[in-house]
Ligand binder design. Structure first.
Ligand SMILES: C[S@@+](CC[C@H](N)C(=O)[O-])C[C@H]1O[C@@H](n2cnc3c(N)ncnc32)[C@H](O)[C@@H]1O
Length: 240
C-alpha cells in the first residue's frame, strides 16, 4: 500500500479513520517470507467496487456454516485458540498492525490451522462488506481505550460501529467485548444498555468479572495495566 492510499483512506471523518500503529519493529526476512507465502492463500480479498457479493463461507477450504469475526486481534493468540477449539467455525481476523498479523501467521503456520482468514487492515472494511445476519460471533478484546474526552469518537464501541455489528450478527449471535480499562468498561455498558438490538447476557457480577472457560487471556489482558478485566457478552436481539 502506498502513502497515497493511506492518505485517501484517512481522508474521512475521525470516527471512520484508523488512528493506531500499522508497523512496529522491522520484520525479519523470515517474517516477510511468511507474509509473502501465506497472505495470498489466507488473506481476505474484499469485492471492492466489483459489485460482487462477499460470501465469507466461500473463503475456506472446507465449507463453514458459521462465521466468527475478531476485530483487532493483536498478535493473534485469542483467534488462534478459538480456531483450534472450534474447527467447524470459519474465523476472520482483522488487524492493521503488520507485526500483529505476522504474530497470527506464526500461530497459524505452527498450529497448522486452516479455518482462519486474515484481513491486514481496518475491520470496518470487512464489516461493511459482510452481508446482513451473516456472522454468529464478534470479538472485540481490549480495544484502544482512547481515554481523553476529545478522542472519544475514536473508540471502537460507538453508535455507528454498533449499528454495523448489529446488522451483520445473526439473531441470537454474540458480541464479546473485553476491557481492563475502567473508563472503557463504563463507556461500553452505557453504549450497549442504550440499545434495543443487544441484550447484556449477565445476571450478576460473576458474569462479567469471571472469565468464561472459552475466553482465553489475550496479551493485553495479561498486561492488565489498568486493572482487572471485564468480560462483556451481548446477544443480538431477534429481528421482528
Ligand atoms: C490494545 S490492542 C489489543 C490487541 C488484542 N485484542 C489483545 O487483547 O491483546 C488493540 C488492537 O486493536 C487494533 N485496532 C484498532 N482499531 C482497529 C480497527 N479499526 N480494525 C481492526 N483493528 C483495530 C490495533 O491495531 C491493536 O492491535
Amino acid at each position: 500500500m502506498t502513502d497515497h492510499d493511506h492518505k485517501k483512506r484517512d481522508d474521512c471523518p475521525p470516527e471512520q479513520r484508523f488512528f493506531g500503529r500499522r508497523k512496529g519493529k522491522t520484520l525479519s526476512p523470515r517474517q516477510y517470507s511468511l507474509v509473502d507465502r501465506m497472505m495470498p492463500e489466507i488473506g481476505v480479498v474484499l469485492p471492492g467496487g466489483s459489485g460482487a457479493p462477499f460470501v465469507p463461507s466461500d473463503m475456506y477450504s472446507t465449507p463453514k456454516t458459521k462465521i466468527w469475526l475478531e476485530i483487532g486481534f493483536g498478535k493473534g493468540e485469542h483467534i488462534a485458540w478459538q480456531a483450534k477449539a472450534n474447527p467447524e467455525i470459519g474465523l476472520i481476523g482483522c488487524e492493521p498492525y503488520l507485526n500483529g498479523v505476522v504474530g497470527l501467521l506464526q500461530h497459524i503456520d505452527e498450529g497448522e490451522i486452516d479455518n482462519i482468514r486474515v484481513y491486514g487492515d481496518d475491520a470496518r472494511h470487512v464489516i461493511r462488506a459482510l452481508p446482513d445476519a451473516s456472522v454468529e460471533r464478534v470479538f472485540l478484546l481490549h480495544p484502544d481505550p482512547w481515554p481523553k474526552k476529545k478522542h472519544a469518537k475514536r473508540r471502537f464501541v460507538n453508535p455507528a460501529n454498533l449499528d454495523d455489528i448489529a446488522r451483520i450478527l445473526k439473531d441470537g449471535g454474540e458480541f464479546r467485548v473485553g476491557t481492563d480499562h475502567p473508563l472503557y468498561r463504563e463507556w461500553t455498558s452505557i453504549q450497549m444498555t442504550a440499545r434495543s438490538d443487544f441484550l447484556w447476557l449477565a445476571e450478576g457480577p460473576q458474569d462479567w468479572l469471571v472469565r468464561p472457560d472459552d475466553w482465553p487471556e489475550t496479551r493485553y489482558e495479561a498486561k492488565a495495566l489498568e486493572g482487572k478485566a471485564t468480560y462483556f457478552r451481548f446477544a443480538r436481539v431477534a429481528r421482528s
